[in-house]
Design a protein around this ligand. Structure first.
Ligand code: FAD
Length: 301
């Protein structure tokens, strides 16, 4: 099944840096958690407990979402989207690691949210619901990294995309080439990761610079973060899907092409998209642009 609920129990919490905390989940139900193949940027949903500390009881099948939506808001818990940083299986069971960005500000656009607050206070034994793929799920549903036969990559992301980029780099075939640029709040947020020898990894500590400005420079584009209404949908443009309803005439990437993958704050990604597709004429069949969050706007799952 592409997505179903799993009750997950916090096994370990590690503060990796000022901006990242890694929460590792275990528990009997995770034995059935997938995906069957490589995760790349596999997205998952996390449902955090209600203010009364309760988690919703959801059917363990494909109808979970319809059921969740019918629950009164105070019984539902809060749902947010995250990436698989790692899935490990051994004699102790299955453990899923998720790297949370700790945005814990108190004012407006830099305010905290329920997911970051939960991660900051997470302790062994805490529980939440993970919505993710079954262990035999091999359809690729929820994985946007779609390079076709391309072996050359350019990956760009802010801190929220760092876990997905790290997983993609860990899952790429050894002969891959290209570069990954990851913009993070400070130099202390540079984290260890593994990548094929031919992929150059650059961490770009922002240290107070405008969000996305270092990524734009790394990508060689001039961007202006566009003013977007708060209720505009998150930008989501891949070779297979267009949130703006663009015509999809993408041929799959071929060996010799370069594939671009860009994710992070929605306004920043929109600016990068304009620069790369409109100015540099990179065909949309070779790019995935994904808004992972929006400044000043709480996500709704
Ligand atoms: C496919 C996908 C994969 C993702 N993977 C990850 C992941 O692995 N790790 C991760 O940390 N995030 C990831 N995100 C982003 C995450 O879902 C958002 O950051 C989400 O808004 C966090 O929820 P929240 O409850 O903490 O804040 P919300 O309640 O959604 O937002 C509250 C306020 O916080 C602001 N805000 C939200 N995120 C940030 C941030 N990072 N920095 C500064 N301000 C912020 C909002 O603009 C808003 O003003 C992913 C998103 C998508 C779509």
């Amino acid at each position: 099944m592409p997505y179903r609920p799993f009750r997950a129990v916090v096994d370990d919490v590690a503060r990796l840096s000022p901006s990242f905390i890694r929460v590792t989940f275990g528990g009997a139900e995770l034995a059935g958690f997938g995906p069957a193949g490589l995760a790349f940027d596999q997205r998952i949903k996390l449902i955090f407990p209600t203010s009364a500390g309760e988690l919703p009881d959801l059917p363990a099948d494909g109808n979970w979402y319809e059921h969740w939506r019918t629950l009164p808001e105070h019984d539902r818990g809060v749902m947010r989207t995250y990436s698989i940083r790692d899935v490990e299986r051994d004699a102790r069971g299955t453990r899923l690691s998720v790297d949370f960005v700790l945005h814990l500000g108190t004012d407006g656009a830099d305010s905290s949210g329920p997911a970051a607050t939960w991660a900051h206070g997470a302790r062994s034994g805490d529980e939440l619901v993970v919505i993710g793929p079954d262990r035999d799920e091999d359809s690729g549903s929820g994985i946007e990294f779609s390079p076709g036969a391309t072996r050359e990559f350019r990956l760009f992301g802010d801190e929220t995309a760092a876990p997905a980029i790290a997983r993609i780099l860990g899952d790429l075939p050894a002969g891959s080439v290209g570069e990954a640029a990851i913009e993070v709040p400070t130099a202390e947020d540079v984290l260890p990761l593994t990548a094929p020898a031919g992929v150059r990894v650059r961490w770009l500590p922002r240290d107070g610079a405008a969000h996305g400005s270092l990524l734009a420079t790394a990508a060689g584009v001039v961007t202006q973060t566009p003013a977007e209404p708060d209720d505009a949908p998150l930008l989501w443009e891949t070779p297979l899907y267009s949130s703006s309803g663009e015509r999809l005439d993408a041929a799959p990437g071929r060996d010799g092409d370069v594939y671009y993958w860009i994710a992070g704050e929605s306004g920043m990604v929109t600016g990068m998209r304009r620069g790369l597709v409109k100015t540099h004429g990179i065909p949309r069949s070779r790019v995935s642009f994904m808004g992972y969050w929006k400044r000043g706007v709480a996500m709704r799952g």
